[in-house]
Design a protein around this ligand. Structure first.
Ligand SMILES: *[C@@H]1O[C@H](CO)[C@@H](O)[C@H](O)[C@H]1NC(C)=O
Ligand SMILES: *[C@@H]1O[C@H](CO)[C@@H](O)[C@H](O)[C@H]1NC(C)=O
Length: 168
């Protein structure tokens, strides 16, 4: 995602699609990038969380580099992958917020990232018009609209690691 804010491949397409919002989107991605630095991921999602703590998420909330490679082979486009990254992580941070007690020291951190994803979702909404049905299915599953969707145990920090690795 962040690559689109530099002059590399993919920029043109994204800029056409988000025209008016692109500056703002880059700012939000930059802010997100800063918040997801290793030190902060470790601090808020490891040191402040019980040892080996895991919780259940939808399978589709697990979105690693490996997934993007596989989806590309199934002819998902760059835009599909980006939209998925935004929607999936938007849900991921909501899911993490749900397990944190009201006064937990990581709450503010997670909430601030969740808010950035709310903005990003608005900023990519123009790209969502002609979505591949397969992308829609994944988004529905992530948002819990598919009752059949299975769940998997995962450490919260692993979700942040995934988010960061796919971003850069
Ligand atoms: C956490 O996991 C590690 C590695 O699997 C294990 O060595 C350790 O005993 C576990 N700690 C707790 C408190 O369960
Ligand atoms: C990513 O791959 C895992 C299996 O490795 C799968 O369970 C998960 O649903 C995939 N996520 C997406 C968004 O396709």
């Amino acid at each position: 995602m962040l690559r689109n804010c530099t002059k590399t491949l993919g920029l043109a397409l994204l800029l056409v699609l988000v025209a008016a919002d692109s500056d703002q989107m880059c700012r939000h991605l930059q802010e997100l990038h800063n918040k997801l630095q290793f030190k902060q991921r470790v601090r808020y999602m490891k040191y402040y969380i019980p040892l080996n703590y895991t919780f259940k998420v939808h399978y589709e909330e697990i979105y690693r580099i490996k997934n993007t490679t596989r989806l590309q082979k199934q002819s998902f486009t760059e835009v599909d992958l980006k939209i998925l990254w935004v929607y999936i992580n938007s849900q991921v941070f909501k899911s993490i917020l749900q397990i944190l007690p009201r006064k937990h020291p990581s709450r503010r951190y997670v909430r601030s990232i969740s808010k950035l994803f709310d903005y990003l979702r608005m900023e990519v909404r123009f790209m969502v018009m002609d979505l591949d049905e397969r992308v829609e299915d994944i988004i529905d599953a992530v948002q819990g609209k598919d009752p059949e969707s299975r769940r998997k145990d995962i450490k919260p920090k692993a979700l942040l690691d995934n988010c960061y690795q796919v971003m850069i």
